[in-house]
Design a protein. Structure first.
Lengths: 263, 394
């Protein structure tokens, strides 16, 4: 089975993230980037499927600026076979709809038009919208089975378990399909030293919008259906309230919790 | 240059590393952060390493074991890669780095360099994967810095070898599947010879050494050989004399040149962070000149040590190292690392002795590192000999 895993290069959540003043997009300068942690689960699951099948290959696809090559590199170090990096100035500021358009065309091109299985994480760790998997499935005309906490590939089918608040659903779809996975599905492997060295020799294709037949007017900040009007930094956390126990500590604690509707 | 300096890399020494080397380092750090850091204080307190086998397998998956050796399932990486990994391991704990050093630089290296093809095929792939653990028996109860006078004897009995004697301070001894044992076979058989000994062989026993005040998250043992009978092919065919074990030690010492700086970096990091948070006389203690003088000296020595290690690593991969060069590295870096850890302890005050912080553990560990794989005195004398042509110890 050949699998395409869509991954995103995101600013490290450990560092101080901010928006650019000029166009209110995420400021990537001076912030370390990395493969979105939630996408590692998708890469791991794809590797496990191919390893279990004993055949097929895992292609990692990303759309992003030059540094996004690092996200591909990490996935190749984990064991993916090849990478596709779509990079184009015009993509800057694209919303989820435009991103899914670029991804869809890239998946088509990477698979000769017929993907077998497309996998994604449940959302990015920066935008955290979680809508791209559904949009991508729609554009590719594939059944979408999202938020998989367990995945089994059968004869022409894929079966997942989706854990909700009140029930767990078992969902089956015919292949080809798109599956998004949660952080409960597996334990992503470390890149091994051999993986790190082998990754250097793996092919990574570089495509621009022209290679995908996408007009620049369809993507980017200007084509976005939504725009960020203003950005306000979250105020620093105010100091908590200290209750001195003068015999009434318990009831004052209860009053506070009730006042905040915790109890 | 713009941007803030990294407090742990003031001189931007990272710029001297390749992207691959940084990726290797990151992978080593990640496995340590996940598999070692959350548990190591508990192991240290227990004075045991109950997870040794699981750890070995985790390290094996990443490729840490015998990582600088070629073939037989080993990663075949360079000396700087290996050094960087040792540094990350020892930033977690010197005992954990010792497990990896003894496995890769002593036991695996001895087999890889001096063993028969059968030895290599039988042991190296399993050891690289962490499925088999190795130890290395050279030091004896009465013979440390002077291994030439060892009492362990190997005699021939027909085709077989029969070994009697004992070894002590053997890292991984009680958990090992295979021991590389050095014994005197007599002049007619080439003097000191190495033997590949499966530890389940009759006549081999290992006893754990208790009450260590250092390297507590590491298994250290005494080995005894009572009429330990081995087949003819157990002997390492390609080396005779002390140069065999000394070549292995030189490998391990090189790892320590880097590793010791890991303990130092971890301690400096802890002291620096603490100095910013700890408020006395209404200001963080990091604002006091005495504290800053300590931090500045620690950071400077750390970086000088890293430059030295990197220089030795690059030389090792291109032209090779002379023993006295490795001695300069171990002499300087372990001494300075120990000083850094002790100074860090003073910045943390009473909290410095607590297991909540790593500095006392690192300092105690380095007390062992200071004297194992060649005492600081021996390395001093090796350097002295290189300078004067006079041996002060032989």
């Amino acid at each position: 089975m050949n699998i395409v895993v869509c991954v995103k290069y995101v600013p490290d959540a450990q560092s101080d993230r901010s928006f650019r003043d000029s166009d209110r997009t995420v400021d990537r300068d001076g912030v370390d980037g990395l493969l979105s942690e939630l996408d590692e689960y998708a890469v791991e699951e794809a590797l496990k499927i191919v390893e279990a099948a004993g055949e097929g290959e895992v292609t990692v696809l990303t759309v992003g600026p030059e540094a996004a090559a690092n996200a591909i590199k990490k996935a190749l170090q984990m064991g993916a076979d090849r990478g596709v990096h779509v990079e184009d100035e015009a993509i800057h500021g694209s919303d989820a709809a435009a991103t899914s358009l670029v991804l869809a065309e890239a998946v088509r091109k990477a698979t000769g038009g017929t993907p077998e299985l497309v996998m994604t994480g449940m959302s990015s760790t920066d935008g955290v919208m979680g809508v791209v998997p559904a949009m991508l499935a729609e554009r590719l005309g594939l059944p979408q089975v999202t938020y998989a906490s367990e995945l089994t590939v059968g004869e022409g089918t894929v079966t997942i378990r989706r854990d909700g608040d009140t029930a767990s659903e078992t969902i089956e779809a015919s292949l080809p399909a798109l599956v998004s996975v949660t952080d409960q599905i597996n334990e992503p492997r470390y890149p091994s030293f051999k993986g790190i060295m082998a990754a250097k020799k793996k092919p990574v294709e570089q495509w621009g919008l022209a290679d995908l037949g996408i007009d620049t007017s369809q993507v980017g900040l200007d084509a976005a259906w939504t725009s960020v009007v203003s950005v306000t930094k979250r105020p620093p956390r105010a100091q908590g309230q200290i209750v001195a126990d003068e015999g009434d500590g318990g009831s004052r604690l209860a009053e506070f919790l009730a006042g905040q509707k915790f109890i | 240059m713009e941007g803030m300096s990294d407090p742990l890399d003031l001189l931007d020494l990272d710029s001297l590393l390749t992207d691959d080397e940084k990726a290797i380092r990151a992978a080593a750090r990640q496995v340590c952060a996940d598999a070692v850091d959350p548990y190591v204080m508990q192991w240290y307190e227990q004075g045991d390493l109950p997870a040794a086998r699981e750890l070995a397998r985790e390290f094996g998956k990443v490729g840490l074991l015998g990582m600088h050796l070629e073939g037989y399932g080993c990663a075949g990486l360079g000396s700087v890669d290996y050094g960087l990994a040792c540094l990350e391991l020892e930033a977690s704990d010197s005992g954990i780095r010792s497990l990896v050093s003894v496995q890769g630089s002593l036991a695996m290296f001895a087999i890889w360099r001096f063993g028969s093809e059968d030895h290599k095929q039988e042991w190296l792939p399993r050891m690289a994967a962490g499925e088999a653990i190795g130890c290395f028996g050279l030091t004896e109860p009465d013979h440390g810095s002077d291994p030439a006078s060892m009492r362990a004897r190997a005699r021939r009995d027909g085709e077989d070898w029969v070994i009697n004697g004992s070894k002590t301070w053997i890292t991984n001894g009680s958990i090992a599947d295979v021991a590389v044992v050095w014994a005197n076979a007599g002049e007619e058989h080439g003097g000191i010879r190495g033997f590949v000994v499966p530890t389940r062989t009759r006549g081999f026993t290992a006893h754990k050494i208790h009450h260590k005040m250092s390297l507590r998250a590491s298994v250290t043992s005494e080995l005894t050989f009572e009429d330990l009978r081995l087949p003819a092919d157990a002997v390492l065919p390609d080396v005779r004399g002390l140069k065999g074990p000394l070549a292995c030690l030189s490998e391990a010492r090189y790892g320590i040149v880097w590793g010791s700086l890991g303990a130092a970096r971890s301690s400096l990091d802890a002291a620096r962070r603490y100095s910013k948070e700890r408020v006395q006389f209404d200001r963080p203690i990091g604002g006091f000149q005495l504290t800053q003088a300590k931090l500045a000296a620690m950071a400077t020595e750390l970086q000088l040590g890293q430059l030295l290690a990197l220089h030795l690593g690059r030389r090792k991969d291109t032209v090779g190292l002379r023993p006295e060069q490795v001695s300069v590295g171990k002499y300087n870096n372990v001494t300075k690392a120990l000083e850094i850890c002790r100074t860090a302890r003073t910045i943390l005050g009473a909290n410095g002795v607590s297991g909540e912080w790593p500095v006392m553990r690192h300092a105690n560990n380095l007390e062992s590192v200071l004297t194992y794989e060649g005492t600081v005195e021996m390395h001093t004398l090796v350097i002295g000999q290189a300078l004067t042509g006079e041996s002060a110890f032989r």
